[in-house]
Design a binder for this molecule. Structure first.
Ligand SMILES: [Zn+2]
Length: 360
């Protein structure tokens, strides 16, 4: 660390550590206070090691529910137990063997997932493209896994899965979508982590603070692919007018509650620098709100960030914490997202940035 500063010594870290360790070190949020180091088990909410939490981590790592479904689906394809027309007819189920999407060929796995018109247009528009020479679906899969990068293998698996979902939707729900709508839909599983824990509680519309008070709406955004997160805050007065806004992006991959709590810590520290009195801190993360307002105490990373928020709030004039629905917090959400594409911190006074104009 840089002596007497709350920041990592980047040059020193680059000199000493390999790139993997460098990334891991830079992901550790640094405390505002002088805290002694403690051992903390990352895979338990309380930071305490247990065999159960370790087992859970080992069996579920890198696997959210959608990737588990895709793996299961690929296994079913590979073992030829997918309930596709060709398989069902061979098992003497009385159905038409033709493809339900094009009615032009018998529905085999290869046809449904790779060669049917709809499937083909999906592959053409993906980074995987259309492969020419394969004798079976397994042959195609082997070709993909032996020639493509890990990212594109994952993409290929996800495209297969989405084509199958579309086929079932068409067959059972008579729902039809264009390749463009499908392209947007297939991005959803990858983006799910950004908004996974947003709650739907609290006030339903933004309310002005009482006379003499300011309201600071805070939100955070996670950019998992780029390994960073950003937080944004917007301060308005009792007339509902824009006062000031700020956003900043940081390296690191944390859970959403940690990221939201870090955003509140940054905002409180900023409010302290601006010497603003009587501020309502409004957020849309219920877990963080409860941790800040109830007697939450944990020796883990999240607990320490919450303690720092509380200590900063105590050092300010008057501070209240408030929880709102996510839809009410759209101004803060918008500026937090804008922070992800900026090269450094952004700060605006009196005149709001363009990304806020629709929300004020
Ligand atoms: Zn077809």
């Amino acid at each position: 660390m840089v002596p007497n500063q709350r920041s990592w010594d980047l040059d020193l870290i680059v000199d000493i550590f390999n790139s993997r360790d460098k990334e891991l070190i830079l992901q550790i949020p640094l405390s505002y206070r002088r805290e002694s180091d403690v051992w903390y088990w990352l895979h338990d909410p309380c930071g305490v090691y247990s065999v159960r939490s370790c087992y859970k981590y080992l069996t579920h790592r890198d696997t959210n529910s959608s990737t588990r479904k895709v793996r299961n689906f690929l296994w079913r394809v590979a073992t030829n137990v997918l309930p596709i027309a060709d398989n069902l007819v061979r098992r003497r189920v009385d159905i038409m063997p033709t493809c339900s999407l094009c009615n032009a060929c018998n529905e085999t796995v290869t046809h449904a997932l790779l060669e049917c018109g709809f499937a083909k247009s999906c592959w053409i528009s993906s980074a995987v493209g259309v492969l020419g020479h394969y004798s079976s679906f397994l042959d195609w899969l082997e070709l993909i896994f032996s020639t493509y990068s890990w990212e594109n293998c994952q993409l290929a698996a996800m495209v297969c899965w989405r084509i199958w979902i579309h086929r079932n939707d068409r067959l059972w729900n008579q729902r039809n979508i264009s390749a463009l709508q499908w392209q947007n839909a297939r991005k959803q599983p990858f983006l799910a982590d950004v908004d996974a824990v947003k709650g739907n509680h609290g006030a339903v519309c933004w309310e002005k603070p009482c006379f003499g008070w300011l309201k600071c709406n805070i939100d955070a955004a996670i950019f998992k692919a780029q390994g960073k997160f950003s937080n944004g805050c917007v301060i308005r007065n009792s007339g509902g007018d824009f006062v000031t806004a700020r956003c900043e992006c940081f390296p690191g991959i944390f859970g959403s509650r940690e990221v939201e709590a870090l955003g509140i810590r940054e905002a409180l520290s900023w409010i302290k620098r601006l010497q603003l009195p009587s501020v309502i801190i409004e957020m849309d993360n219920l877990q963080v709100f409860h941790a800040l307002t109830e007697n939450f105490s944990n020796p883990n990373g999240f607990g320490l960030i919450i303690e720092e928020c509380r200590s900063l709030a105590m050092s300010l004039g008057e501070v209240q914490f408030s929880f709102v629905r996510r839809s009410v917090n759209s101004a803060a959400h918008s500026i937090a997202r804008a922070g992800g594409s900026m090269s450094g911190p952004g700060e605006w006074s009196h005149v709001p940035p363009p990304c806020l104009l629709n929300y004020l």
